[in-house]
Write a protein that binds this ligand. Structure first.
Ligand code: 13P
Length: 342
């Protein structure tokens, strides 16, 4: 695929009013999510739940891409349609998480390195055959005492760039995800400093490895106070700090920035995105690629019961719509009242 074709897929994913549903939870993570609603994780239940999200009537108005997990990209809907085909039929780009998870970084206690480069070229070729159009790789950066180290940032930046270059070689748009975790007692200022440092090193590595930025998307954390910080920044502060941080570190040729929700409540994730878009005049599209913040209400409404499928879909459509509205900076909490689930 030429670089202009990669760019056109990337731009389509960040089309106005739309964003990404991250439904790429690994086996362990989906088990945790199901446990929160007291449901046992079986292959059929995972398939049913994901089918519920993907077949939500009208969701394609607000969702332009879905990130799948290796198991999910091989599953089908009840009528036998492969999920990638089902999504593509609704005009939604199927994507795939290709990293093998964040593991302990030897010699650097409490820091992580994401694995999955070995055999990646061959796996990407298979995902192309299965219908994927884009990929995702998540690196994890932890803020704490004497952390992050520059070694941890650079090791993860190097792996992200290796992954991004291989994805483009395969004709897939890489979503580059360096997540600075919100866990900890740190201030919003510290989060901004670490996020800017990380992003600058990531863009240096992408440059060194000849990745075409026009054919990529960035999936960063927002700049927030640590979860256990006593003084929590308010919405406007988060929006201003995040936009400033991104302007200082993300080249304007990147078509879009698709935030992760990272443990924020669903409404906070919507409000923050909305406030950033209300500032306006950004060189890139500011969009969402939420996992928990998009799925939490649907998961709860479903509760593992087949008969609750349409309630789950209503909740899913509502959340997707709220975030779609936040893309224009015109969301208000009053709109939350539109949702009535029986
Ligand atoms: P959250 O929005 O739940 O952080 O998930 C997004 C994601 O894909 C993390 O890799």
């Amino acid at each position: 695929m030429s670089s202009s074709q990669l760019e056109s897929v990337a731009r389509d994913i960040v089309a106005p009013g739309k964003g990404i549903l991250a439904a790429d939870e690994s086996g362990g993570t989906i088990e945790k999510r199901f446990k929160s609603i007291h449901v046992e994780s079986t292959e059929e239940r995972r398939r049913f739940y994901r089918e519920t999200l993907f077949t939500t009537p009208g969701v394609e108005e607000f969702i332009s891409g879905v990130i799948l997990f290796d198991e999910t990209i091989r599953q089908t809907s009840a009528d036998g349609t492969p999920f990638p085909e089902l999504l593509a039929g609704k005009g939604i780009h199927p994507g795939i998480k290709v990293d093998k998870g964040a593991k302990a970084l030897t010699g650097f206690p409490d820091e992580k390195i994401t694995e999955g480069l070995d055999g990646l070229r061959e796996r990407l070729a298979e995902y192309v055959k299965l219908g994927a159009k884009f990929t995702k790789w998540r690196a994890v950066i932890t803020i704490g005492h004497a952390m992050p180290t520059s070694f941890c940032i650079d090791a993860n930046a190097h792996a992200l760039a290796r992954y991004a270059a291989l994805s483009q070689e395969a004709g897939l748009v890489p979503i580059v995800e360096p997540e600075v975790l919100m866990d900890g007692t740190h201030t919003i200022e510290r989060c901004e400093q670490v996020t800017e440092w990380t992003l600058k090193r990531v863009y240096m590595a992408l440059h060194d490895q000849r990745v075409r930025l026009e054919g990529t998307l960035l999936k960063p954390n927002m700049v927030l106070s640590g979860k256990e910080c006593e003084e929590q920044a308010h919405v406007e502060q988060v929006a201003l700090a995040t936009v400033r941080c991104l302007r200082n570190s993300v080249p304007a040729t990147v078509p879009g920035i698709v935030f992760l929700s990272g443990g924020q409540t669903d409404e906070a994730a919507t409000e923050h995105l909305n406030a950033m878009n209300a500032i306006g005049n950004h060189p890139w599209e500011l969009s969402f690629s939420y996992g928990r913040a998009l799925q939490a209400p649907a998961l709860k409404a479903w509760g593992g019961k087949e008969a609750r499928r349409s309630a789950a879909q209503k909740a899913h459509l509502h959340r997707a719509k709220m975030n779609g509205v936040a893309r224009y900076g015109t969301y208000s909490s009053e709109m939350e009242k539109e949702l009535v689930i029986v």
